[in-house]
Design a protein around this ligand. Sequence first.
Ligand code: ATP
Ligand code: MG
Length: 228
Amino acid sequence: MKKVIEAVDVGYVYQTKYQKTKALAGISCSFARGRVYAIIGKSGSGKSTFLSLLAGLDVPTEGTLTIDGEDIRQMNRDAYRLRRASVIYQAFHLFPLMTVTENVMFPMELQHVPVKEAKARACEYLQKVGLPESVYRKRPGMISGGEQQRVAIARAMASGGEILLADEPTGNLDSQNEKVIVGLLCRLAHEDHYAVIVVTHNEAVAAAADVVYGMTDGMLSVVRGERI
Ligand SMILES: Nc1ncnc2c1ncn2[C@@H]1O[C@H](COP(=O)(O)OP(=O)(O)OP(=O)(O)O)[C@@H](O)[C@H]1O
Ligand SMILES: [Mg+2]
């Protein structure tokens, strides 16, 4: 299976004026398209820090992280974030003053996709995540949490990237909506060939993943599934 992301001896140190915090150390692992990966571990173990490196929000302070063989330090990380890797969060982070459709059109606007095409594609993604047309013109504040998370996933798809990162995507949802989101993430990996990487405390999410990595004190190990 082709690796899309590879980490070799990745470490990360948060450095402030007064102190250093070693958040990640010696992480070597890889991620392929078509699979769902869960990253589990205690609070403060480094999960979100690792996800932010995978998202290109920051670069490792040690080791190398490569995307399709290219070192993330050498890459145009703005383009990587805009076109290839999207992050969804526990709190959805939708734009409150835009409608559902406008939220999903936003990444395409940044990529200068013509409005008509962006609108058509937005509808396609919204259908894909199973949202009824009745919510398309509403603002995020007027729809449920489960619906908001589906909008966030549709918006992530709209960037056109193949890497979908999620930090506790079901943290704010009840078990019914949790199931919908988990099913959706699995479909995106297995049918549409995304590499889906999910940080989670949730056992149902981890159970649905193809590979489970465990983070302990900034170090990653395989809990279930094989290395590629
Ligand atoms: N901005 C920051 N500056 C300094 N230290 C930080 C910063 N963010 C996180 N840390 C530290 O880095 C370590 C890893 O934090 P991280 O947020 O990655 O943990 P986590 O596994 O996501 O935890 P949680 O499950 O609570 O979200 C912790 O010791 C944390 O205190
Ligand atoms: Mg976290």
